[in-house]
Design a protein around this ligand. Structure first.
Ligand code: BES
Ligand code: MN
Ligand code: ZN
Length: 498
């Protein structure tokens, strides 16, 4: 879809559809009022008759509105003005785009971006609108032999800003929104692919392809090189699978040569059967999403490269398939990680931390400014935070605050959880330096505490996206989270967010 920005009045738009908001109960937004004046109360008459209360999620499509130059007017209910916040704004945009896509209009001029949202700037509204619009039209139908084609799909959206002097800031915000949405699409596409297609080798090839398109340096470490480096924890996870593990290393150099990089590490388990500690059958298909951390850091890198952010960014993706083959790790096996610390594998289903710990040790080579790992790490995180917030753990409170704030700005929120040493004793093993599981209680915390033992040399945060990376049920699919959070963090670091 094509996007553009303009300023102007709604009655003068030569467009297939002009979109304006109505607050509940029956309160016209400024743009709706301008249309109504030009149309000699046509809108207010309809609203008085009771056809549009302004309830959130409601729409009313009007044709031949007098006094206007557009083919149609779409009224979108915004709910109560007092309650109109980040979520309500996003919902309104999604509702408008869904409806536009279903009507015959090829293009729409959206005035919802003029409506003020508490604490948010015009640039914020445009950035969020372009992300929400692209999210709404996203489809994953490459395996459907008959695709449900939209009869007359929406091709062009124009977002309106109230003043001409906002145009350049809005253009930049639109650009950022489109790059973020592109990054999310890549993340969703990779994540939605089935495990028999998206293997570690497939992920490595996808990374190489993306790197080649954006002048990013890409290196793939194979099993032998990882063995030489001593990554026996990572390698142990792949032993039950026919698929070879990989460590994908990408370096984007948009900053000065001596700027220390931000390192993003993404968990890339392309299918998590649990291994010998086999998972139960119900919903096991969803474990194809166990590479969503990997997909999100690749998507973030793509978005950062599209925007040519003046930063150095390194992306590490340890990737493997966790299967119960004859060579698989057994409960009780002890492995030596690259750090030299030994690990007793009490549960082969706690495999994410086993691949991440070696990647995190490897991250130290880049003399990082900051390291952030992203992982669908624990079911316990879903119990704690549900599907709304990502779990955030950090060994540095400034970094934690930056990430919480970035998530808030992006409406892709994270909630900080404790990483206190008091939890560390749960990882005691009688035979090795640590066990890979800490028992039933505080499972997302003990998982983070495990990772913390490998990140003492630098500033680090861990994002547990087990509850936020995909949706189950009828609208099953990857969400692209936390690409928006990470991109807002990077944009802020790059001085591109005001
Ligand atoms: N990939 C899973 C975590 C997961 C489970 C994410 C369900 C989303 C939904 C991870 O590898 C795992 O299996 N974790 C175990 C850890 C346990 C064995 C300590 C879990 O959460 O049950
Ligand atoms: Mn697992
Ligand atoms: Zn897993």
């Amino acid at each position: 879809m094509e996007f553009s920005i303009k300023s102007g009045s709604p009655e003068k738009q030569r467009s297939a559809c002009v979109v304006v908001g109505i607050f509940e109960p029956r309160k016209l937004t400024l743009a709706a009022e301008l249309l109504d004046n030009a149309a000699r109360n046509h809108l207010s008459d309809i609203i008085r008759r009771g056809d549009m209360e302004g309830k959130a999620g409601s729409t009313l499509l009007l044709h031949n509105v007098p006094g206007t130059l557009c083919d149609r007017v779409l009224l979108v209910g915004l709910g109560k003005e007092k309650e109109f916040g980040d979520k309500e704004y996003g919902d309104a945009i999604r509702c408008a785009v869904r409806t536009l896509n279903e009507t015959g209009a090829f293009d729409g001029t959206v005035f919802l971006t003029e409506t003020s949202v508490r604490k948010r700037s015009g640039a914020w509204r445009v950035r969020q609108a372009s992300i929400a619009a692209q999210e709404t039209v996203y489809r994953f139908d490459q395996f459907k032999s008959k695709k449900d084609k939209v009869r007359r799909p929406l091709r062009k959206l124009t977002f309106v800003v109230d003043r001409r002097n906002e145009l350049s800031a809005a253009e930049e915000a639109l650009n950022q929104g489109q790059a973020i949405a592109d990054g999310m699409s890549l993340a969703k596409d990779l994540a939605n692919l089935p495990g028999n297609v998206c293997t570690p080798s497939y992920l490595a090839e996808a990374a190489q392809k993306m790197a080649a398109e954006h002048k990013i340096d890409c290196q793939i470490l194979e099993r032998e090189e990882m063995a030489t480096l001593g990554m026996h924890s990572l390698l142990s996870v792949a032993k039950g699978s026919r698929q070879a593990p990989k460590l994908i290393v990408l370096q984007y150099k948009g900053g000065k040569a001596d700027d220390r990089p931000i390192v993003l590490v993404g968990k890339g388990i392309t299918f998590d059967s649990g291994g010998i500690s086999l998972k139960p059958a119900p919903d096991m298909d969803e474990m194809k999403y166990d590479m969503c951390g990997a997909a999100s850091v690749l998507g973030t890198l793509k978005a950062a490269a599209l925007l040519k952010l003046p930063l150095n960014l390194t992306v590490l993706v340890p990737t493997a398939e966790n299967m119960p083959g004859g060579g698989a790790s057994r409960p009780g096996d002890i492995v030596t990680s690259m750090s030299g610390q030994t690990i007793e594998i009490l549960n082969t289903d706690a495999e994410g931390r086993l691949i991440l710990c070696d990647a995190l040790t490897y991250a130290a080579r880049f003399d990082p400014d900051t390291v952030i790992d992203v992982a669908t790490l624990t079911g316990a995180c879903v119990i704690a935070l549900g599907h709304v917030a990502t779990g955030l753990f950090a060994n540095n409170d400034t970094l934690a605050r930056e990430l919480v704030h970035a998530g808030d700005e992006a409406h892709d929120r994270a909630w900080q959880m404790p990483l206190w040493d008091d939890y560390q004793e749960l990882l005691k093993s009688p035979f090795a330096d640590m066990a890979n599981v800490g028992g039933r209680w505080g499972g997302s915390i003990t998982a983070a505490c495990f990772l913390a033992r490998f990140t003492r040399k630098y500033i680090w945060a861990h994002l547990d996206i087990a509850g936020t990376a995909w949706k189950s049920g009828t609208d099953k699919g990857a969400t692209g989270r936390p690409v928006p959070l990470l991109m807002h963090f990077l944009l802020k670091r790059a001085g591109k967010l005001t």
